[in-house]
Design a protein around this ligand. Structure first.
Ligand code: 3SL
Length: 234
């Protein structure tokens, strides 16, 4: 039977052999939710970049530069990190360079994996269907917050484990922890997360609608996947 494991923070990734695994990177609030939304609205590619200055340089190569630090759009950038900025027709066909506090760092640290996919509640069923058909062991990498574990990414990990569990064996206890967390929260995830550190941080920025949207399952049937250094549709 295939196995599934959960890396609760990118700082723990050295404990896992990713070379033979499909890695699902998740940053629910809000990087991977934005990426999924952008692909659902026709973006051509997203190049995830860990460093903000490196990302800015991509502007001179014709890329739209997007992202945030500490939740706020970076000065001089074209777009920030709200899914609502990636929903209209003007997005179609764009090549975006994207940098965020945690999400793009988690993608960087997952390089070396057999395959890297981008997960969020917005494409939960699409990812589930794909993983059920694939032959490879799975690792969910939670972006967390500056190396620390967070609730929202752990919840997504639990939701995915819950959907796959009958067909896939947990590799250690982290998938079980995440699943239990999800089962206790699933009836009202917005309420469950109301005291979480990142929701408190984002509430100060007045972006409650981003939080609600990012926690809504199955809005889009797309799976972004890393091909060399760019994300494209699978
Ligand atoms: O850290 C990240 O990658 C971001 O998604 C953080 S924020 O939601 O924009 O604050």
């Amino acid at each position: 039977m295939k196995t599934i494991d959960v890396c609760l923070s990118p700082e723990l990734i050295h404990l896992y052999d990713v070379s033979n695994k499909t890695v699902v990177v998740v940053d629910i609030l809000r990087a991977t939710s934005c990426m999924v939304t952008a692909f659902a609205h026709g973006v051509e590619s997203i190049t995830p970049i860990a460093d903000a200055d490196e990302c800015m340089k991509m502007k001179y190569k014709g890329f739209v530069v997007s992202g945030e630090r500490n939740g706020q759009k970076i000065e001089g950038f074209d777009k920030g990190n709200s899914p609502f900025e990636y929903m209209d027709e003007t997005i179609r066909g764009l090549k975006i360079a994207f940098t965020t506090t945690n999400g793009t760092q988690a993608i960087e640290k997952s390089k070396g994996a057999r395959q890297i996919l981008i997960g969020s509640f917005l494409n939960l069923s699409a990812i589930t269907k794909y993983l059920l058909m694939s032959d490879h062991n799975i690792l969910i990498v939670c972006a967390g917050w500056k190396g620390k574990i967070n609730l929202e990414d752990s919840l997504f990990a639990g939701a995915l484990v819950d959907k796959l569990r009958k067909h896939i064996e947990p590799d250690c206890d982290a998938p079980i922890v995440a699943q239990e967390l999800y089962l206790s929260a699933k009836n009202d995830m917005v309420k469950f997360l109301s005291t979480s550190s990142h929701v408190k941080r984002l509430n100060k920025l007045n972006i409650h609608k981003d939080i609600e949207f990012c926690l809504t399952p199955d809005q889009y049937d797309v799976i972004p996947a890393l091909k060399r250094s760019e994300l494209h549709l699978l």
